[in-house]
Ligand binder design. Structure first.
Ligand code: GLV
Ligand code: MN
Ligand code: MN
Length: 412
């Protein structure tokens, strides 16, 4: 099989997709179900149809672009990722797995490969938690990890519910029907940028993911009491932001002192009310993201948040309420897919690292219903979720080639 990846087309498509953005280039912002996301999805659908794939959407807007195999009832081989992008992101996160996956399929078509198992390119809905507060909405529903009822009720910051928004933008059908039957996928492989510095640092071009770290996220609401910034004397204050500051540092400290570098905790959103320079903050809302490869250590940080929160609330006479959005178990990748990826790497004498994914991915949830593995390519300085995210053409093409061979091996 003489596979050739069309480098120019792949790079041009990455650029084209980046032009669907609500931020000025080089930043990319593409939030799920916004007009920009819908335009990008339409563009993506046209590219898939151009490649002769049959495209369908489910009720949450997950996109399945299918290349029918000679045994149409056999379990499907899947690949893909996401095209939504957090505010002020780059152009490679998720996109490399989607456009690389499409390019891998085109390369297989060009060289005359005929799959036995159908190959499906998936574009998952809302891998990013930006709009509805929870990451991997599409793959959680596909895998049955999130109940349809819970999904429907998720709301965005304007109070619009998933159920209402997805219907409004044209995704019909019932959320109950999104879950895939057991055994639908024979295997699933996701190509992605590493989003960390290890491959670049070790001068290794590829990573094969063996395990995906366990994510958790919470919202915290701190209620103090507001008032005039001049009139209320310091002993009389119950400043919600000062309490939040203590809590943020307590969360950081719990992660830093867990005993392992694998523990990470981030407070990425801090909303202050009423938000006036001469008004004491009466309410603060925090969004907290805690992850670890080890479930018990991750949970210990969540526990510390609760314990420290109670102590701070008591000391400062404020109320601190936490709401758990998700706390997922880590995921193990499958030897079936890892072997297929490794064999392709060995054939080309591409060196690779066996890695842990510290970011979460749709593969974490696809792994609940299918054998999965991920292939990482380096990204400059490990930067991701920022506009200067960058992966080199050589690395993107190399990853796409290995993905194509892996799909061929799994679908033959
Ligand atoms: C995915 O974008 C993550 O936050 O890991
Ligand atoms: Mn991301
Ligand atoms: Mn991603």
């Amino acid at each position: 099989m003489n596979l050739e990846i069309d480098r120019n087309r792949l790079l041009a498509e990455i650029e084209a997709l980046a032009s669907f953005s609500d931020a000025e280039a080089p930043a990319v912002t593409r939030i799920v179900f916004t007009p920009t996301d819908l335009k990008a999805r339409a563009w993506m659908k046209a590219r898939c149809e151009e490649a002769g794939l049959t495209v369908r959407y489910d009720a949450i807007g997950n996109t399945f672009a299918r290349w029918n195999g000679s045994a149409p009832s056999a379990a499907v081989v899947g690949t893909g990722s996401h095209i939504d992008a957090i505010p002020n992101a780059g152009k490679y996160d998720g996109v490399v797995g989607v456009l690389g996956g499409l390019q891998a399929i085109r390369a297989l078509q060009r060289c005359g490969f005929h799959p036995k198992h159908s190959i499906e390119l998936l574009v998952f809905t809302a891998e990013e938690p930006t709009r509805f507060g929870i990451g991997c909405l599409g793959s959680r529903l596909l895998s049955g990890t999130l109940s349809p009822d819970a999904a429907k009720k998720l709301t965005d910051k304007d109070g619009a519910a998933v159920e209402q928004v997805r219907r409004m933008v044209g995704f019909a059908g019932e959320i109950e029907d999104v879950k895939l039957p057991a055994g639908y996928y024979k295997a699933f492989a996701e190509l992605h940028i590493e989003q960390g510095p290890l491959l670049e640092r070790e001068h290794v071009p590829l990573g094969i993911v063996a395990k995906i770290a366990a994510p958790a996220s919470l919202r915290v609401v701190i209620e103090g009491s507001g008032g005039h910034a001049g009139g209320v004397l310091m002993p009389d204050r119950h400043d919600a932001l000062c309490a939040a500051a203590e809590l943020i540092l307590a969360i950081e400290n719990a992660a830093r002192t867990s005993g392992a570098v694998d523990t990470v905790a981030t407070v990425g959103i801090c909303e202050v009310f009423p938000g006036a320079v001469n008004s004491i903050p009466s309410q603060v809302r925090l969004s907290v993201d805690i992850r670890d490869t080890d479930l018990a250590r991750r949970d210990a940080v969540m526990q510390a948040l609760e314990t420290e929160g109670r102590a701070i609330a008591e000391r400062r006479q404020v109320s601190i309420r936490t709401e758990l959005l998700n706390a997922d178990a880590p995921g193990d990748c499958s030897p079936l897919v890892i072997d297929a990826l490794s064999q392709s790497c060995r054939k080309h004498r591409f060196t690779f690292l066996s890695m842990v994914s510290r970011a979460y991915h749709d593969s974490l949830f696809m792994g609940r219903i299918a054998p999965v593995a991920m292939l990482f390519i380096p990204c400059r300085n490990g930067y991701s979720h920022r506009p200067d995210e960058y992966a080199s053409p050589e690395d993107i093409v190399r990853g796409t080639l290995v993905l194509a061979e892996t799909l061929a091996a799994l679908a033959a």
